[in-house]
Design a protein around this ligand. Structure first.
Ligand code: SMG
Ligand code: MG
Length: 358
């Protein structure tokens, strides 16, 4: 499906004007569970694309799960395990089964996961802007909406000087930056200059597959490094902890292939005193609902990239839409499954193509 974005979203690797995503509906026992494979059109954030998600869900993951008896979400993770990688696609299907099982058992996803929070702290991620004044205006606007922290995207040429001006204008605001792998260790000096601006963390400064260089960079920085792209699995999280490749992990259920793995990474980080927070992939209300539920686990102590539906979309495909509370939190839905209702006409209007696996 495709939804236009309220504003374009620009990172170090490119710009998106619309959101293309794959929605998965799983039917069983007279119920329908919903999930979202929140991919992108191109292989920039990671290698998956809208076309690979479609192909892998329809030709490999879907056929492995359809017709099976499933007692718990872990069963789906196991059925999907022979497929290597394709984590965003796996999340779409696993998430739909979590919703279905939740509905069948009359439980919310937060309950199924073991969540402990009724409200989760949330922040907003602001893409690269045309000018610093434009960025400052954006921050002003979002801060007034109540977000608990501001994340700004950086890249070479849009970094230290921008952060300096943001700090000068908003001295007390919780700010972090995300580079989406735009630097190398040769830029360590430039990144160390960010230490002067009291940032909560620097997210994914170095290449997506380089935990060794992240460890070296962390030794040279006071500011904590947060890993995003570099942690696609539980094994990668173990390696990052062993190497000291950072001090914080952004857990996106899509990037790691589902809520089951996401929770395992959360547990591991918690045992090792690494705080985590829930990342975002500009999800519609379906993916957003799963993210909010995940963020209710006890180790998610930092604000997530979980913004209001209206931050990205004129109209979400679920009701009620997600909103930010005055205290900078979002309320975790407590109804069965994802706890929000998909609006069929809106989904229909946004649908580009469909496939059924019977
Ligand atoms: O969902 O608000 C959101 C987006 C948060 O910045 C965000 N995500 O690297 O953390 C990240 C980016 C990846 C987006 S690529 C489509
Ligand atoms: Mg990131």
């Amino acid at each position: 499906m495709r939804l236009p974005l309220v504003q374009p979203f620009e990172t170090s690797f490119g710009r998106e004007d619309v959101r293309d995503t794959v929605i998965v509906a799983v039917r069983g026992g007279g119920l329908t569970g919903w999930g979202e494979a929140a991919t992108s059109v191109g292989p920039w954030y990671e290698y998956e694309t809208i076309e690979t998600c479609w192909h892998v869900l329809r030709d490999f993951l879907g056929p492995r799960v359809v017709g099976r008896e499933i007692a718990s979400p872990a069963d789906v993770a196991q059925l999907m395990a022979p497929v290597r990688g394709h984590n965003l696609a796996k999340m779409g299907l696993e998430a739909a089964v979590w919703d279905l099982l939740g509905q069948a058992q009359g439980c919310s996803i937060t309950q199924l996961l073991g969540g402990v929070r009724e409200r989760v702290p949330v922040g907003v991620s602001i893409g690269v802007q045309a000018s610093v004044p434009a960025l400052l205006e954006r921050i002003e606007d979002y801060w007034a909406q109540g977000y608990s922290r501001i994340k700004i995207k950086i890249k070479p040429g849009w970094d230290v000087d921008v952060v300096r001006q943001v700090r000068a204008r908003f001295p007390g605001v919780a700010v972090m930056v995300d580079a989406n792998s735009a630097y190398t260790l040769a830029d360590a000096g430039r990144l160390a200059a960010l230490d002067d601006y009291d940032l909560m963390m620097i997210e994914q400064p170095l290449p997506y597959d380089d935990l060794v260089d992240h460890a070296e960079l962390q030794r040279r920085l006071r500011t904590p490094i947060c890993l995003d792209e570099s942690v696609p699995s539980l094994a990668a999280a173990r390696a990052a902890l062993a190497l000291g490749s950072g001090r914080i992990v952004n857990i996106k259920p899509g990037r790691v292939g589902g809520l089951t793995v996401a929770r395992a990474i959360h547990d591991l980080c918690r045992e090792n005193d690494w705080p985590v927070w829930c990342g975002g992939m500009l999800e519609t209300g379906i993916g957003r609902a799963h993210n909010v539920a995940l963020a209710s686990l006890p180790g998610f102590t930092l604000p997530g990239d979980i913004s209001a539906s209206a931050r990205y979309f004129h109209q979400d495909i679920v009701e009620p839409a997600f909103v930010v509370n005055e205290d900078g939190t979002m309320t975790v839905p407590t109804g069965p499954g994802i706890g929000v209702a998909v609006v069929p006409e809106r989904l229909e209007a946004a649908t580009q193509r469909r496939a059924t696996i019977a």
